[in-house]
Ligand binder design. Sequence first.
Ligand SMILES: Nc1nc2c(c(=O)[nH]1)N=C([C@H](O)[C@H](O)COP(=O)(O)OP(=O)(O)OP(=O)(O)O)CN2
Length: 176
Amino acid sequence: MTEIYRVRIQKERLVFSTAHFITYGDDVCEPIHGHNYHVYCEVEGPLNQNRYVVDFIALRDALQKVVDQLDHRVVLPLRHPTINVVEQSGGEQGEVVATHGMRRWVFPRQDCVLLDVENTTAELLAKHIAEETLALLGPAVRAALASVELGVDECDGQWGVYRWRADGEVRANGNP
Ligand SMILES: Nc1nc2c(c(=O)[nH]1)N=C([C@H](O)[C@H](O)COP(=O)(O)OP(=O)(O)OP(=O)(O)O)CN2
């Protein structure tokens, strides 16, 4: 018999209001726009000495911290094949210039979050949030988990979901 336990964190306040633009199809680039993204996280694993998978509070607070870092920002992809994102000098007081073909956007550096992703889709935002949350929880917590699932709702029920499994199988799709 295998017993699996699961903890799920889903709260009204786990929301981030963020601007982005993606490309799709034959390199069509959306206009910049925003969403109120909602997030949930589910982790599975055995019970530890406390008889829980992971402390609700630790998971909730880590998730909230990562979500808050995205709130009221523009997210930009650093690995996009045709959207070029360059940080100008000046550090936090500097600017970020993004270009796609003839289009050009300039943002204050401090209003941007630059992500190591190919496109700022809900799926890849979910992966980013999952990885950052696991990093905050630390290697001991991560090592004890059998799986992690993180969902990002871009717009009233349009979820991108990232799932990581300790056995090595990784699944990412757009279904909750
Ligand atoms: N699987 C995915 N599909 C799409 C994604 C995505 O991240 N993953 N993203 C988009 C766009 O970002 C688009 O903004 C979302 O489309 P839409 O529902 O039209 O969003 P709106 O904010 O315009 O919502 P309205 O209800 O139309 O106001 C597309 N596909």
